[in-house]
Ligand binder design. Sequence first.
Ligand code: APR
Length: 250
Amino acid sequence: MTAARSLWHEGAMTTPHKIVILTGAGISAESGIDTFRDGGGLWEQHRVEDVATPEAFARDPELVQRFYDMRRAAVQTKLPNPAHVALVRLEREWPVRVPGGDVTLVTQNVDDLHERGGSLRVIHMHGEHLSAWCTACDARSRWDGPLIHRPACPACGVPALRPDIVWFGEIPYRMDEIHEALSEADLFVSIGTSGAVYPAAGFVRLARELGLATLELNLERSQGSGWFHETRLGAASEIVPAWVDGLLDA
Ligand code: APR
């Protein structure tokens, strides 16, 4: 029996129509972008309190800007991997394969590898590297260069730009859209996330409460693994294309 049918075989569901996918740092790991909590990950190299909180930015804006300038430059040298590409195929073919079918892609990642892979609709709930947020006029501008030299905001001219990243203690973006998508979906799939950070880590429980089938694709079991109907372990570049092929070619 192929793994793809296990959710169906257990009667957990019929063919899903609306699918919500949540991705985390693990989907970009094989593109050469560090994850946060794996061995040698970002939060082993840097203290969250120094670089990823509004308090850190108020205390030492140069340290924070330098950290994100470095990551913003690095991300632009990386390429999408087969996991990103497989999700693009699903986004494009699922509505054709299943009348009324739809895929909502929510990511915790701040890189643009989903978009460079070809994804057209991505909800970046934790913000984006390639966006700058003006704390004077609240405008957001596409931005691919450094911010440490305090450039002027393209909208208001004030040198008040910060990384458009949701820091710890700040409210994630587009939560209403995410909840609405979950409330209309049949299947929730989590890819490459440790389930360590809320509210994203709580989506699987909400999905279960809403009666969705739930599937986890990850290198190792996440903190929320017990809430998933099914967990498949492996590298995203292998298990995500296999899952998508299983769904589209079934
Ligand atoms: N394929 C699949 N999964 C992988 C791979 C891979 N090649 N490499 C690592 N993983 C898995 C790890 O097993 C781990 O469960 O990806 C997960 C990465 O977890 P984290 O580093 O905690 O990243 P993430 O869950 O995305 O972090 C959530 O925390 O620091 C904040 O805002 C930041 O969005 C981030 C949030």
